[in-house]
Design a protein around this ligand. Structure first.
Ligand code: ZN
Length: 757
């Protein structure tokens, strides 16, 4: 038969026996009758991943040829208050950060309050400044200790006297009224499309350049993160409607235009100076992150700690993955608040040390430079000084291992498309209009990937070129609703060239302008056809019925994505789904939802349909899986193990169970693996903690042994494997290029640094 594929199932896995014709064949719906399986003996152990070799190592890079910020390993900041010129001891301040071995320090110029005798009109002097050059004294103290200086500005707010002369500087509400700060009503919000940004900010930058030797410029509080500004001033009224894709493009243009103009001003003083701004916002970002990544010399992730709407512990790692997706190896730092982030949050009280350390750990593990930050220096150098030892101890430890923390490229074989436009602009399906919708979707896939210990990167939807995707065995598209025709074409090309994908729910149902398509943009690739609008849940969500595949006598073996589902005819579906037209011999079918209460009526009116609950296809090396339900988000909302198992099985199936790094051991953790200049590094972050999903870490619950296996490239030999936290060398085995070693214990964080011979 033309589409026939043969599987041998033997103990440790599923081995497809491809024929030479496979690569030439059109996609076939995987059919049960075409699957011949041998019975598995005994219980079903977890599939053992097949290790694939790491790529040849990158050529050596001369550190001296790189921009200076690439050598920055530690960043510090005491965020200065108006009162500091009256009470802060500048020498003590500089001594502290010097003792923490920071390479660069942020010092406030600001824009709201001048920390030097500024002559720029409306740059109000702080009331305790009294003509003193506080900024200049801080620079001198930092430079004396060989720390570089970032001149920090805040262009987001100004005072009423400026408003009287420049009413056009203000952000306006729909009724024309001025938007003021929610906490300090004497300060109005400045509009980024106004001349405030064209005239006022450059005037301050040029004044700083004329008076001081700073190394670069930074703006706090602009551009906005995670949400787009809403302003009805005279300029903004002429722009596309707020929150639309068209507005986002104009917003991005404005941000990048100002960014590049400010950068040119920075370079008027010296060529290796530059401008950078507040960034971060995780997968939502602010401006288009693909474009920002091409412009930014320093990605400053303003992602300081856990807040109510981002409660999972991996918030900083997730930000690091976003940076890696868009920076092409350029410098990123993530700021960790030593103060109490959250709602409510205390600006001047230290947070739990275990929580602060985990955020610093995640910065390092995900490839960013750790940046430690406290606000204000009340009563000399702080009413609360507990944060200081946490930072010094941590930074001094990292300073002993700088070579291993400077990453070159990630080791991963799965790419997760982050869909920034979907994250920022898509309002959720018609059944659930919620800004939290995509946040929950991302948390669901992230949690599932960590629990499966998969090695993955993020991929921005505007970076789907073949040369970027070739490292990935599979791409995941967790409800990436908005995809342009071009992006759909790129994903199709990726699959045609041998890649695999897993997609869900409304993926590709909208174009880049949020216009809904008649059918999915990826319909042909996924082998699906939309049969109706989104169906939500009223009571009991739908179920996915396991369709019995071809029968081998006495041993009906299900498809590999159903591995482990025994003693049940169905598994949970998802909260929302898109009805599809029937496909040939589906593996799972939809049992429509019914009432949950009263229990008398909690049974399916229609127990069996031909509506698919998953669609699977394969051709050659490529495997394609599509779930019409929002299973990643439903998993996040419920924690249902069946959904987790289904996701894990499916990811293993589309990757053909191939892996670039394998870690065996107990516990819930996040793993990063990097190529470094000395060799490789494997980072394990221990999230086995009652506070992994809520509240801050209070203490650590150490993990037992973790055995790590990697297949090194040809001709690579290993000199040592060192645990950086435990401070010990490990025995290791290297045979047929497979490196194997065991970490005996993982506290909150451990790094295995592999040095090559
Ligand atoms: Zn405006």
């Amino acid at each position: 038969m033309f589409n026939r594929r043969i599987f041998l199932k033997a103990g440790a896995g599923v081995i497809p026996i491809a024929t030479a014709m496979d690569a030439l064949r059109p996609f076939s719906t995987l059919s049960a009758e075409e699957t011949v399986v041998a019975p598995r003996s005994g219980s079903s152990p977890e599939l053992r991943p097949k290790l694939t070799s790491l790529p040849q190592r990158m050529p050596a890079i001369d550190p001296a040829a790189e921009p200076w910020q690439k050598r920055v390993r530690r960043v510090g900041q005491s965020n200065m208050t108006e009162h500091d010129p009256a009470v802060m001891n500048v020498e003590e301040w500089a001594d502290y950060w010097h003792s923490a071995e920071v390479d660069v320090i942020f010092i406030s110029v600001t824009g709201i309050l001048a920390f030097y005798p500024s002559k720029v009109k409306f740059h109000r002097h702080g009331k305790f400044l009294n003509g003193r050059d506080f900024f200049g004294e801080c620079i001198a103290a930092a430079k004396k200790r060989n720390m570089r200086v970032v001149a920090r500005m805040s262009p987001d707010l100004n005072w009423e006297d400026a408003l009287e002369v420049h009413p056009e500087w203000a952000m306006r509400s729909k009724d024309g009224s001025v938007q003021f700060s929610g906490e300090e009503p004497r300060l109005f919000k400045t509009c980024m499309f106004s001349t405030y940004m064209d005239d006022y900010i450059p005037a301050i930058m040029r004044e700083i350049n004329s008076l001081y030797d700073v190394d670069c410029f930074y703006t706090n509080g602009w551009p906005p993160l995670g949400a787009l500004p809403v302003c009805y001033c005279a300029v903004c009224s002429k722009l596309p409607a707020a929150g639309t894709p068209a507005y986002w493009r104009v917003f991005t243009e404005r941000v990048l235009d100002l960014w590049q103009r400010y950068d040119a001003i920075a370079k008027e003083k010296k060529q290796d100076s530059f401008f950078f701004a507040n960034s971060g916002g995780n997968v939502r970002g602010g401006p288009n992150l693909d474009r920002l990544g091409k412009v930014a010399a320093w990605f400053q992730a303003d992602n300081q700690g856990r807040t109510y709407d981002d409660a999972a512990v991996w918030g900083c790692s997730l930000q690091g993955r976003v940076c890696n997706a868009v920076l092409d190896g350029k410098f990123a730092a993530n700021v960790t608040a030593a103060y109490s982030t959250g709602n409510p949050g205390w600006r001047n009280a230290s947070k739990n040390p275990a929580e602060a350390r985990m955020w610093l750990n995640e910065s390092l593990a995900s490839g960013m430079a750790p940046y430690y930050h406290f606000v204000g220096s009340e009563n000399g150098f702080g009413e609360d000084r507990r944060w200081q030892k946490v930072g010094v101890d941590y930074f001094r430890w990292t300073a002993k291992h700088d070579a291993h923390f400077a990453t070159r490229r990630s080791i991963a074989n799965i790419g997760v498309v982050i869909g920034q436009s979907t994250q920022l602009l898509y309002p959720g399906p018609a059944t659930v209009r919620s800004r939290a919708y995509m946040h929950e979707t991302m948390q669901g896939i992230y949690d599932a990937l960590l629990r499966g210990r998969f090695a993955f990167d993020f991929v921005h939807e505007d970076r789907l070129e073949p040369e970027r995707l070739s490292k990935y065995r599979a791409l995941l598209l967790p409800n990436i609703a908005m995809l342009s025709d071009r992006q759909c074409g790129q994903i199709s090309n990726y699959v045609q060239s041998g890649g695999s994908i897993m997609a869900s729910f409304e993926t590709s149902l909208y174009d880049e302008n949020l216009n809904q398509r008649e059918n999915f943009g990826l319909a042909d690739l996924l082998g699906i056809h939309k049969a109706g609008n989104v169906i939500g849940t009223n009571g009991n969500p739908y179920y996915a019925r396991i369709e019995t595949p071809g029968e081998v006598p006495l041993h009906p073996i299900p498809h590999p994505i159903l591995e482990g589902f025994t003693n049940t005819n169905w598994i949970p579906g998802a909260e929302n789904r898109i009805p599809l037209k029937p496909v040939q011999k589906p593996v799972l079918t939809v049992v429509p939802g019914f009432v949950r209460y009263p229990p008398e009526l909690a049974y399916p009116a229609v127990p069996h349909t031909d509506e698919p609950a998953v669609v699977l296809r394969e051709s050659g090396r490529s495997r394609v899986a599509y779930f019409p339900g929002d299973i990643e988000r439903t998993y996040w909302l419920t924690g249902h193990g069946d959904l987790l198992r289904l996701l894990h099985n499916t990811i293993r199936w589309i990757t053909n169970d191939e892996s670039v790094v394998h870690i065996e051991g107990e516990g819930f953790m996040e793993m990063f693996c990097w190529e470094t200049a000395p060799g490789y590094s494997v980072h394990l972050l221990n999230y086995t903690n009652p506070n992994a999903h809520h509240g801050w870490m209070q203490s650590t619950y150490p993990l037992g042994p973790q055995t790590i296996r990697l297949q090194l490239p040809e001709n690579v030999r290993v000199k040592s494997v060192e645990l950086l936290q435990a401070g010990q060398n490990l025995p290791f085995h290297l045979e047929s290029q497979i490196l194997r070693f065991t970490m005996p214990r993982v506290e909150d964080y451990e790094v295995a640094a592999i040095t090559l011979a």
